[in-house]
Design a protein around this ligand. Structure first.
Ligand code: HEM
Length: 377
């Protein structure tokens, strides 16, 4: 039978049955110290600002994670180190990928375990068994690190495949988008003529208005799609964001239950950029915010300046974005809307970056979402 990835990795680090026996013998000696090692493990993460960012759940989450880490160490030293073990550890690796934990923290984290378990071995294992036990601990932790990194690699490969799919998809969508413009144009012209003939018939006018609305929606989707595919040349003129925000806010419909507050944007200095594309950024963000806050809630657009950058926050009091979606929020075709196709935020990111800035998500104080667009000024 062909060698599995796990067997191949075991062969690479020279992990043998003798190592397994040593780990099992070491387990009862190390067990009383698991809690202490888990404390050190999370103290290290919490003392590091960037690494601790993925711990959103506060003390209760850390408490729970310590329990899972103790169980993890127990399984580490008891085995059996078979395919089921690999699968289980692989799933744990996937959890870290899913929450967007940068893989470089894995090395330092694994070293805390290495040092902790190594120290216990020094103190508790006596005689000739000491060195082989320490070596066995080293090998199994190398294997664990390899499994963790493997999950990141698989994720990267999946992303690459996605990008390739998207590129093919992009070409297809581009041509469909172009082809749809013509029939939509014909409908629009005929609609114009029908409007002239509809006279005072209330119902007919209402339905013609409806057709026009939906036509605008369809055209908007096509514009977004085509903008996504072709990088339109950027105009570079001084843009007053106050005006752009006002225009965008006026273009977004919102139910009466959703309040909208704009502040701090009129005072902002002009930024070099493309007013049409920046308007698109604001329209997309405000549309999303209104959608999230509907049927009743609050949306706010706030401007501020820090150093050489202008920041625009678009906030809503909706449910916020769940951690699993956050990581891929700005990728095309990721949507939480039943009728959306997931281009709005991808386009926002693309336009902001083409202006030398960016966009980031954070949680709004008191619940909800906040998108912050950065633009150099
Ligand atoms: C040697 C490295 C590590 C090991 C052995 C480890 C172990 C674990 C285990 C066993 C779980 C539970 C998985 C499950 O629910 O099935 C977990 C989840 C988690 N780990 Fe780690 N971890 C490591 C590194 C890190 C680092 C460096 C961080 C933070 C910087 C971190 C943050 C988290 C978080 C936030 C979760 C919970 C994710 C969720 O359920 O939403 N881990 N880890």
């Amino acid at each position: 039978m062909a060698e599995t990835v796990f067997e191949e990795l075991q062969r690479y680090v020279h992990f043998s049955e003798a190592d397994g026996a040593l780990l099992r013998a070491f387990r009862p000696l190390a067990r009383p110290r698991f809690q202490e090692i888990a404390e050190e493990f999370y103290a290290r993460i919490l003392s590091h600002e960037e690494a601790s960012r993925v711990l959103h759940g506060g003390e209760s989450q850390v408490g729970q994670l310590k329990v899972t880490l103790v169980a993890w160490m127990d399984a580490l030293l008891s085995g059996p180190w078979d395919e089921a073990y690999w699968q289980h550890r692989y799933q744990i690796g996937r959890v870290h990928v899913r929450i967007g934990m940068p893989q470089h923290y894995m090395f330092g984290a694994m070293n805390v375990l290495r040092a902790g378990l190594g120290q216990v071995a020094l103190e508790r294992v006596t005689g000739a068994a000491l060195e082989p036990t320490r070596a066995a601990v080293g090998k199994i932790l190398d294997l664990e690190l390899a499994i963790m990194l493997h999950t990141y690699r698989d994720d990267l490969l999946a992303q690459q495949a996605r990008t390739e799919r998207l590129s093919t998809f992009g070409q297809l969508v581009g041509s469909i988008g172009h082809d749809l413009r013509n029939p939509l144009g014909v409908i629009e012209t005929s609609l114009f003529i029908l409007r002239g003939r509809a006279g005072e018939d209330e119902r007919t006018r209402k339905h013609l208005d409806r057709i026009k609305d939906q036509l605008d929606v369809a055209n908007g989707i096509i514009t977004n799609l085509l903008d996504m595919i072709h990088d339109r040349p950027l105009a570079a003129e001084p843009v007053l964001l106050g005006e752009v925000v006002d225009g965008a806010v006026a273009a977004v419909r919102r139910p009466p239950g959703v309040t909208l507050e704009v502040s701090g944007v009129a005072e902002l200095p002009a930024v070099p950029g493309d007013p049409v594309q920046l308007r698109q950024v604001l329209v997309n963000l405000v549309e999303n915010a209104v959608f999230a806050a509907s049927p009743a809630g609050a949306v706010a657009v706030r401007g501020r300046r820090t150093g050489a950058e202008v920041l625009l926050d678009v906030e809503d009091s909706g449910p916020g974005v769940d951690p699993a979606t956050r990581r891929r929020l700005f990728e095309p075709l990721i949507t939480t809307k039943e009728r959306g196709i997931g281009l709005g935020l991808a386009l926002v990111k693309r336009i902001a970056e083409r202006h030398g800035g960016g966009v980031a998500y954070s949680e709004r104080e008191g619940g909800g979402a906040r998108f912050t667009v950065r633009l150099p000024c």
